[in-house]
Design a protein around this ligand. Structure first.
Ligand code: IPE
Ligand code: IPE
Ligand code: MG
Length: 250
């Protein structure tokens, strides 16, 4: 039986996704960019439920980069409103499903209202034991390494560690998501093949999967396709999407 060859351990433990192409998806339909962002939310929902069904340990979604502040003010404003409303409507559902939600990034630049929503969502789901969902918001890979370096420097100043004793693991413990395995699989939609300052350190060994479809079109079948690709790259045998699907719990 080919199924017996595939076990859950062969799946990626940590999947990171650059959710790109909302604007182009909307434009192709003659709609404003915000229409794409709104439709991107249902792709987020599908991705979360499919990943949880597969038993993935952690999913990190790039929602807003530290560079995205450069977008027109009204688009940034609409994205912020969208975060607030999605956090309000979705968190209870995530909690009910035992999922843990965390927002990763420099949240200090967000409005007080959004910061409150974030704190509430994180608190509510903090002790859940299921999949971890990290939403990267005002996140940048360079920012992450910089904030870790600052904290190491503070330890040096306090005499807790000597500069010559700084190792990779010293930096790693101060990076965001230090409690999770590093990223196994990066997915980027919309055909762009770049990292756009997403996680840098944590993706040092990630397999990178680029698909031309736009983010609002991403669904369970797309995730299965990406995971199938990953398993076949890592294990070098011909696993099928059907086998991946068979690992999903109903
Ligand atoms: C990704 O879609 C969503 C965010 C960055 C918030 P884009 O808004 O980048 O869509 P394109 O790349 O312009 O099509
Ligand atoms: C990366 O997408 C950031 C997010 C998906 C949130 P962008 O569309 O902002 O990236 P660039 O600017 O095209 O590299
Ligand atoms: Mg884009």
């Amino acid at each position: 039986m080919p199924n017996s060859q595939l076990s859950p351990e062969q799946l990626p433990q940590h999947i990171a996704i650059i959710m790109d192409g909302n604007g182009r998806w909307a434009k192709a339909r003659g709609k404003p960019r915000v229409f794409g962002h709104k439709n991107g939310v249902s792709a987020v929902r599908k991705t979360i439920s499919s990943s949880a069904k597969l038993g993935i340990k952690a999913v990190t979604l790039f929602a807003f980069s530290s560079e995205n502040w450069r977008r027109p003010e009204d688009e940034v404003g609409i994205l912020m409103e969208l975060f607030i409303s999605v956090l309000s409507t979705e968190v209870k559902k995530l909690h009910k499903n035992n999922l843990r939600l965390r927002i990763i990034g420099d949240t200090s630049r967000f409005s007080r209202r959004l910061q409150e929503k974030i704190a509430h969502a994180e608190e509510m789901t903090a002790s859940n034991t299921g999949m971890v969902i990290n939403i990267a918001a005002n996140y940048g890979g360079k920012w992450d390494i910089t904030q870790a370096a600052k904290r190491v420097a503070e330890d040096v100043k306090r005499g807790q560690i000597a500069p010559e004793d700084i190792e990779e693991s010293t930096i790693a413990q101060y990076l965001t998501m230090s409690d999770l395995p590093e990223v196994d699989l990066l997915i980027r939609t919309s055909g762009e093949c770049r990292i756009s300052n997403f996680m840098l350190w944590q993706m040092a060994y990630a397999e990178m999967y680029f698909t031309p479809i736009f983010w609002p079109e991403f669904d369970e079948a797309s995730l299965i396709e990406a995971v199938t690709w990953y398993v076949n790259r890592e294990r070098r045998f011909g696993c099928t999407g059907e086998q991946i699907k068979a690992l999903m719990e109903d």
